[in-house]
Ligand binder design. Structure first.
Ligand code: SF4
Length: 228
């Protein structure tokens, strides 16, 4: 179904949250990005500045997916441009992935936050399962179009979106796994591999930031072996 900018938000129409009615019926990443700009599939579009869609070339060999845009991403309209994004770029460099022209995106495309006092940064709020599920069709289409050799899942929220609600990043990080079944296929039926690691914002919050950063680099180094 083509995107219908006049459609009532799912939350207003009494339906469940779902981005599917806003997906374009054809086209590549550019068409997908344009359509996502008008998505009202859940209430998060209301308070956010804009949709922050994935960025990077189609058919990148490396794709990274995080949780949701942050304060700076929301303002600039691009993923991973804030402090966590800068840390991620350093980690990719150290893991030997700095030259890869990666496609980066998030599970949820609008910033969810708690309003902050005047002049202060807005406080990130984790998306709910309903919001993640609503936004998932965009991610599935991105995955289909980019078809990466390796998909790096950053943090527990992204892991849950792709591997199920029982996913725990601490239990499965740094290990190459078969690509999950976003299209309804069996795991492994879709080419490529998946690797989970921590979200770079968790490194920024860690008591021992140096050790946490080294752990992120070690995990990304495993992903790099796929692209050698
Ligand atoms: S968060 Fe996702 S589903 Fe919700 S309005 Fe934004 S793009 Fe649509």
């Amino acid at each position: 179904m083509d995107a219908d900018a006049s459609a009532a938000p799912a939350s207003d129409s009494g339906q469940g949250y779902d981005a599917t009615p806003y997906l374009p019926s054809r086209g590549g990443l550019a068409a997908l990005r344009r359509a996502a700009a008008d998505c009202h599939g859940c209430p998060l579009f209301r308070d956010a500045t804009q949709t922050v869609f994935g960025k990077g070339p189609a058919r990148s060999r490396l794709m990274l997916v995080g949780e949701q845009p942050g304060d700076q991403e929301d303002v600039k309209g691009e993923p991973f441009v804030g402090p966590a994004g800068q840390l991620l770029r350093r980690a990719l460099d150290e893991a030997g992935l700095g030259d890869e022209n990666a496609y980066v995106t998030n599970v949820v495309k609008h910033f969810k936050f708690t309003p902050a006092p005047r002049g202060k940064r807005r406080i990130h709020k984790a998306p709910s399962l309903r919001e993640m599920t609503a936004c998932r069709p965009w991610l599935v289409e991105e995955l289909r179009l980019v078809a990466p050799d390796v998909l790096v899942v950053l943090g527990g929220t992204a892991g849950k979106a792709l591997l199920g609600s029982s996913f725990r990043v601490g239990e499965r990080r740094g290990v190459l796994l078969p690509m999950p079944d976003p299209f309804g296929e069996e795991p492994g039926a879709v080419p490529g591999q998946l690797l989970a690691t921590v979200h770079p914002s968790a490194v920024l919050r860690a008591d021992d930031r140096e050790a946490a950063f080294a752990g992120l680099v070690a995990d990304l180094s495993v992903a790099a072996t796929v692209l050698e």
